[in-house]
Design a protein around this ligand. Sequence first.
Ligand SMILES: [Zn+2]
Length: 358
Amino acid sequence: MVPSSFAVLNPQTQTTEALFGQPDVPVKVGISAGSIVIAGQRFSGEQIIILPDKPYIFNLDGDDYRGKLKLILNPDGNSFDIINVVPPEPYLAGVVGAEMPDYWEPAALAAQAIAARTYCLYIKEKFGSNRTWDVKRTAANQVYLGVSAESAQVWDAVNKTQGQVLVYKQDNNIEALFPAYYSSTCGGHTENSRQVFGDSFGSLVGVPCPYCKRVAKPSFFFWPMAQFDKTNVTDRLLKRYPKLKQLGDITSIRPDKQSKYGKFSRLTLVKLLGSTGKSDFLRAEDLRLTIDPTGRKFRSTICQIVSMGDKWAFVSGRGYGHGVGMCQCGAQAMARQGKTTEQILFYYYPGSKITRVY
Ligand SMILES: [Zn+2]
């Protein structure tokens, strides 16, 4: 549904193929005999763009988004991909308000805006040219909820940092964007990206974080035991990593590498032993998100693994999320202490600097 009139364009020829003048009327978009059909009208192209008139908002399945909607017919002729084509700033407003409570300190919200802008432009630059889209709207990249995530505070954070991104100096002395990862609550120490995602950037190294404990509630900072049926764990792991099939049933999950931070440590690599006697290794973060894709129970890899009968239990857990880059609760705690956006970002992304790219 579009609250204004809208046009349907062919992106290849840039021609207007149809105009729809009636606002606020639900429009059914589907496929019939291999063609995209909008409100009963067939379009021959493999791609079409729905372009709303002012205020450039459309509603998809109940949620409002800004910008345009691109539909791309898949080769099977039976389905299509939907891509929201949106400029960076309105996109970021829909991310910042989804990733951080809008009542948090303005300095923390601005840090979030710069980190999210950096992350999205890096991903777009690195992967976007080989595919029809730049970033996913889920936590697989960063959460984007469109207009529903926006507020005056969120727009303020996005506008006052307009075009600002983080860069770091590569070995060849050239400054470059990097994937400015961030996560909810690091649990007391952030982690080197290499141990979690396997990539390596000078500004994505671990730093102590005495801050998040001051913002996250104790029941949140320390998470309760998470248990999973062993058969379920084996099923999920073998489905996600077919190379593990040679292990048979997973009979043992042992810490192999960890980052030690004094009183606690983060598992980074685990050794899996199987009923066939074979073994293999897996990054602890991959283990976590395979066993619990939402990450809501198995919240971080700062924990211990215990075998309890027919279940695996993850105990003594701290923090929430992968722990790489900015700790969001830590950013809020720093902002409450009066630290600036720059101080927050340079703390969590050591050696980085802020530059304006547009
Ligand atoms: Zn932290």
